[in-house]
Design a protein around this ligand. Structure first.
Ligand SMILES: [Fe+2]
Length: 264
């Protein structure tokens, strides 16, 4: 199974730029075109939050229009810049999304089970899942202790070392870790939020954070670093599952770049 991941699209209303500077709508179109031209067709695309930039219905209208270009099945998950109820309304046709409360869900139609965790709290930018959500996750994981499983949530449950990102990190990650640790069949945890590629060992599994097609947040590690972003390189991720070889996560830069050359 080939699982593509695009995160942090930050779609804007038609004709408007992200932060007044970046054509995030066009960059998302390029990300979808990138998936279409791969030599192997992804079986599923995970969109892991910040699908729009201000949570506005105009943005969701643009988002659903743009998603009309995507010729692959996809699952959606909110990020801190999404608006829970506008998001739910925009994807009312997605039967896996709950009708009320946090947008946690489990999709078990593929060789890999996909669990979406809504780590957002309306009006706040940091991540957290309440006791009820963790209990739902525990029950859902226990339902099948063998099938390979991918968890996705918007906020990486770790400290990145980039101070302006960590101000909006996932809080009380220990409680989530204790639940995930009970399920050795969690092959991978995929996140967005940080607009950078990151990897961490966590809860007996691996967490990877996905870059953004829109902007990449600067890698600065000093405690007084001031927030910065760059417009590239735009990228998405491809998580390749094979029953014998396990899960391998590839970062896939969205070109064009020079090449191909006849050497490797
Ligand atoms: Fe974002």
């Amino acid at each position: 199974m080939l699982i593509a991941q695009i995160s942090d699209l930050h779609v804007r209303p038609r004709g408007q730029l992200y932060k007044g500077l970046v054509d995030s709508n066009h960059l998302f179109s390029e990300a979808m075109a990138h998936l279409h031209q791969l030599d192997r067709r992804p079986d599923l695309v995970l969109l892991t939050g910040d699908l729009v930039d201000e949570g506005h219905p105009d943005e969701y209208a643009m988002l659903t229009t743009l998603l009309g270009e995507l010729k692959l099945p996809y699952l959606v998950l909110p990020g801190n810049y999404d608006h829970r109820e506008n998001f739910r309304a925009a994807f009312a046709g997605h039967a896996y999304l709950p009708k009320h409360g946090p947008l946690h869900y489990c999709v078990d139609d593929h060789p890999v089970r996909i669990i979406g965790l809504d780590s957002c709290q309306p009006g706040l930018h940091h991540g957290h899942i309440d006791a009820e959500g963790l209990a739902w996750l525990q029950t859902t994981l226990a339902r099948d202790p063998l099938k390979p499983t991918v968890l996705m949530l918007h906020h990486p449950p770790f400290v990145s070392g980039i101070p302006y990102l960590d101000a909006y990190r996932y809080l009380e990650a220990d409680a989530l870790e204790a639940v995930v640790r009970t399920a050795p069949n969690v092959e991978l945890v995929v996140c967005g939020h940080v607009h950078r590629s990151m990897v961490r060992r966590w809860a007996g599994t691996v967490v990877v954070a996905c870059p953004s097609p829109a902007t990449q947040i600067a890698l600065q590690l000093q405690s007084d670093a001031r927030p910065q972003s760059f417009t590239g390189p735009a990228a998405c991720m491809l998580h390749l599952w094979h029953p014998a070889h396990g899960m391998v996560s590839h970062t896939s830069a969205i070109g064009p770049y020079p090449g191909p050359y006849p050497f490797f």
